[in-house]
Design a protein around this ligand. Structure first.
Ligand SMILES: *[C@@H]1O[C@H](CO)[C@@H](O)[C@H](O)[C@H]1NC(C)=O
Ligand SMILES: *[C@@H]1O[C@H](CO)[C@@H](O)[C@H](O)[C@H]1NC(C)=O
Ligand SMILES: *[C@@H]1O[C@H](CO)[C@@H](O)[C@H](O)[C@H]1NC(C)=O
Ligand SMILES: *[C@@H]1O[C@H](CO)[C@@H](O)[C@H](O)[C@H]1NC(C)=O
Length: 337
């Protein structure tokens, strides 16, 4: 558990603590962004604010905020967007994104994802997580454009904070994370894949992966760029980002954007096998090494979060950007019709 906190740089926590203000404060510090998000989500769904608060304070004392918040959210959304299956004997969880049609990263989706990840992170029984999609042909289509179009600056800021939170949780996870990329994975979907320790993609030439934001006139922020540089190197990232390139699984394998390409039906079995190899390494050595590799990149965002949000909000709310989002949405509508 000590090691689990290493990357997150938070004070050590015990799982089942008797109420202790210091521990509760530390715990809150760890979960505050997600609590805030869950709160705002709960508020949006008009669930009782005070009811939630009192549930939170009683559950903090048991160190299980996430569980309660999650059930609260599940109670209040039509169906969960994330499904988690933890195999207690292997310590491996399979986290399936199941938000139709294409696992768009909306504020609600991100909130639920963060809570699920945090819950696994706190769970001693869980050492590794395989992230996949139960939607056909798509891993995740990336950031939900509807969260960026015609929204107030406050709401855009809230959304962006949730995107940051997802990235921080995934890139800084102490668990072994493996992306089982079962379909196309453009933009935010590609980012999510790149935060994992290892990527396996289904072998289907119709699937694509890449950060193609520039095609829409959107600039991938520095931490998207950093994540890609850390994965495939500087020159490849430069080409990929400036041209908004999308790669087939074979091409992605060639540039190192994915580590392995296997037939679709072998995807989960391969991920499970790979996980076994990773879990054979002593956790503490692997975690400290991971932290050594990733901490500078994580620190860069952690120390610039507010400026990054401000930057995003002022960019995305520009008339010209809103206009191109409008045109893009119209194009999507026509394509559907
Ligand atoms: C809904 O929430 C309440 C209170 O938190 C809980 O007792 C109940 O079991 C939940 N129902 C479902 C279907 O999750
Ligand atoms: C969930 O939201 C509904 C309103 O949409 C509300 O009536 C209900 O009390 C909420 N459930 C909980 C457990 O807060
Ligand atoms: C957990 O994993 C083991 C080893 O792969 C497998 O034999 C077992 O059936 C799994 N348990 C569950 C509940 O899926
Ligand atoms: C990025 O790629 C995906 C997958 O091909 C596509 O659906 C999406 O429209 C692309 N985004 C832009 C802005 O072109």
């Amino acid at each position: 558990m000590q090691m689990k906190e290493h990357i997150l740089d938070t004070p050590p926590l015990k799982r089942h603590v008797v109420f202790n203000p210091e521990v509760a404060a530390a715990f809150l510090q760890l979960v505050v962004p997600s609590v805030k998000m869950a709160l705002s989500s709960a508020l949006r769904h008009r669930c009782g604010f005070f009811g939630l608060l009192s549930q939170m304070s009683s559950s903090v004392s048991h160190g299980r905020v996430s569980t309660v918040l999650l059930s609260q959210m599940r109670n209040n959304s039509t169906s969960p967007k994330i499904k988690v299956d933890l195999n207690q004997s292997t310590g491996v969880a399979v986290l399936s994104m199941q938000s139709p049609p294409v696992n768009s990263l909306s504020l609600d989706f991100l909130t639920e994802l963060c809570i699920s990840l945090e819950k696994l992170e706190m769970d001693r029984a869980c050492r590794g997580v395989i992230i996949t999609s139960s939607q056909p042909k798509v891993f995740s289509a990336g950031l939900d454009i509807l969260e960026m179009y015609g929204k107030s600056p406050e709401r855009c800021g809230e959304f962006w904070r949730a995107v940051q939170e997802m990235w921080l949780k995934m890139y800084g996870s102490n668990m072994v994370t493996i992306a089982a990329i079962s379909g196309s994975s453009p933009a935010g979907g590609c980012l999510m894949s790149m935060t994992c320790d290892y990527r396996i993609m289904a072998d289907n030439p119709r699937y694509t992966i890449g950060l193609n934001e520039t095609l829409l006139g959107i600039v991938a922020p520095f931490w998207f760029k950093d994540t890609m540089v850390n994965t495939v190197g500087h020159r490849t990232t430069e080409l990929a980002l400036e041209l908004g390139l999308l790669y087939s699984p074979e091409e992605a394998l060639k540039i190192g954007l994915v580590d392995q390409v296997v037939p679709q039906e072998q995807l989960l079995a391969t991920a499970t096998e790979t996980m076994t190899k990773w879990l054979a390494i002593p956790d503490h050595a692997r975690q400290i090494t991971k932290s050594m590799m990733r901490k500078p990149t994580i620190d860069k965002l952690t120390s610039n979060r507010e400026a990054d949000i401000k930057n995003f909000v002022s960019f995305i709310t520009k008339d010209s950007i809103q206009k191109s989002l409008h045109m893009y949405l119209e194009m999507l509508k026509k394509r559907k019709a």
